[in-house]
Design a protein around this ligand. Sequence first.
Ligand code: PLP
Length: 395
Amino acid sequence: MLGVPGQINLDYAATAPCLKAAADAVTELLPWYGSVHRGAGALSQRCTLAYERARQTVGDFVGARADDYVIFTRNTTDALNLLAAALPEGTTVVTFAGEHHANLLPWHRAVRLPVPDSAGAAVRYLAAALAQVRRDSPDSPVLVAVTGASNVTGELWPVRELAVIARRFGARVAVDAAQLAPHTPIDLTELDVDYLALSGHKLYAPFGAGALIGRGDWLDAAEPYLAGGGATSGVGDATHDVRWNTGPARHEAGTPNLLGAVALAAVCATLEAADRDALHRREQLLLARLRAGLSTIPGVAELRTFEPAAPRIGVVSFAVQGRDSAEVAGYLAREHGIGVRDGLFCAHPLARRLLREAADRNRWTAAPGTALRASIGLGTTEADIDALITALAAL
Ligand code: PLP
């Protein structure tokens, strides 16, 4: 793990530090720097091969089906916007108000379900909503877009159960795996979902590379996400005489982010080879320590959607009674070298609601306007957690 000594990073959910494997992969390829898909020379051939291998590795990492496409994007936001632009005409998208903005705002014709208070309620809401959608438009395409793990609460969403309901109503499923992928092995085939979006920079790889993985038919039928070189197999003299490629290239016009893709693949391969059960157990111990520590501090309230024992990844948001969260985050950084996130975490409807609920549960007279978030990852230690708890207690 790359990092700076003396800094306690508890902000993995925003952007995780780079794994050394990512840096090594980039360093190894740099002398071979050449064009991708655009040259006959040895450098270009090697870069093209590295790019296509990266595609395969990322697909394998999430259990993609043999005929799924892996399209490299800039990040999860880009991947979900690509999918939104590729939906067939008249597609209804069903999502929840608990989503990150990246999975809330790109959809044009959307049904937004209320934030459920349990995984079971999420499944029931979806079943009722899909029944209604099917009554209104029996044959139109429907997509259910849901997060795998919340960036606000860390809670895991019941993706497999939601997919079962979606299938019953002939709907497809897209999973926002921005937070899930860094913490939990994913098997798209086993989950029976159609699309998955992730960001390299949350997965221990550098900024600027993410992926949309999933079924090719809608993607091949859609207008290219970007128009330009690489997306076409031929352009005639007349203005509209263009033959667009099918496959991932259709949506990847322009010279791709080779180093980003290769670094992302290197991280995927490293995680794939790691003992992820052991990593999970370690993370859960740190998470339990963090939550237990926060619960001992008067005036600190955790935000949650589901019941306290619901399964979750190492992300905890909390409010401090009577304190401005930006002020608290500034204090932690200045006085203790601790980095956390503050605000509404690009999930404004959810965060506002959870702040109100947390204030009500704790009988605070007013709900804070914003919250803090501590998130943990591969480099987090017990000492990091203890430092945060000690610093908050002192405040
Ligand atoms: N979805 C979730 C759950 C997230 O946490 C984030 C980022 O915080 C995103 C989507 C957007 O990711 P990116 O900013 O990498 O596009």
